[in-house]
Design a protein around this ligand. Sequence first.
Ligand SMILES: *Cc1c(COP(=O)(O)O)cnc(C)c1O
Length: 387
Amino acid sequence: MRDKTRLIHKGRGDTGTGPHPVNPPVMRVSTVLFDTHADWRANREQRQHERVLSYGARGNSTGFELEALIADLEGGAQARLFPTGLAALGMVLLHYARAGGHILVSDGIYAPVRTICRDLLANYDVTVEYLRADCTDFEEKIRDNTDLLLCETPASVLYEMIDLPAVTAIARRHGIAVAVDNTYASGYLFNPLEHGANISIIAATKYLGGHSDVVMGIATCDAPTAPAFAAMSEAMGMTTSPDDAALVLRGMRTLDIRLSAHEATALQLAEWCAARSEIAAVYHPALPDHPGHAIWARDFRGANGMFTIEFETSINRDRADAFADRLELFGIGASWGGFESLATVTDPQPIRSRADWGGRGPMVRFHAGLEDPADLLDDLSKSFELL
Ligand SMILES: *Cc1c(COP(=O)(O)O)cnc(C)c1O
């Protein structure tokens, strides 16, 4: 089965015989009842190594279907759901945190992760160090006590690429676990576990939900990592509502056609912007002059709807604000991956520690939605006229 078909046919459970719904039912559950204490005890034993209904805080059957669909797409042994993408990233960090340990994080990581590293891990005597966004300095930063590399490719905001097969080969030699934030690729354009990573994390809030009406995180583990990670997630009481799982499952059925449309529109807008004289740089991994383009072309099956433009330094932040404020079809707001276009003025300096972004022009991060690209271009043109 190809991935496009998996999106449609996996994660629908045992559909049974006779009249039955296309979708798995939304199972709202806290208490689960058993016929006998023997059954109840057997279930407690079974849930140690299998996804079975036992109690709502341990998951529900709607969520189990979503986990199965993601694990199948990501090529992992098991997926686990979290209330948000950030919660999934936090769980990964906690899972590998040990007093006296050392964790490496790529500089292009989703910025709020830095708060966990600074305000929580430091209190537990875990040292966190940031690598360059492309992780080319990984090997030289490894110490005897390094436990984990947490990285994101392409990186948030500027889309630096990591040569993941090279990085995981180094990690294996040193016995270091590798976890990758795979939100950009949504488990569909790239699969970190196939390139040697141990955990792949996706903010389902973005393209999997796809309609700006749900937040969720998913972490998929390889077979050796799965049991202990699942046990820790359950120990921490991590689960999500069946309604949210149903929304994400529904979003995923159309992931292929939505991503293709986001990709085509973003590339059209990015190329159009790149030709403007007011623009110093356009950051999009599918553009041939992007520094990570060769890695992207080798490892990825496509791009999503994100790109960032950098204005010439003659344009100050206020003018960049005015440019973005004037846009009528692009919203100002956090997140992305919904059906709608977004444009937010962004500054990498406070969210990066390994590169100096001073002396550069202001930047605008775009999400190309599912509108007619001609309307988006018209809207952009008017903002360029204002400039
Ligand atoms: C949005 C995002 C997250 C966090 O997801 P939430 O559901 O908003 O917590 C994590 N990683 C990346 C790359 C993201 O873009």
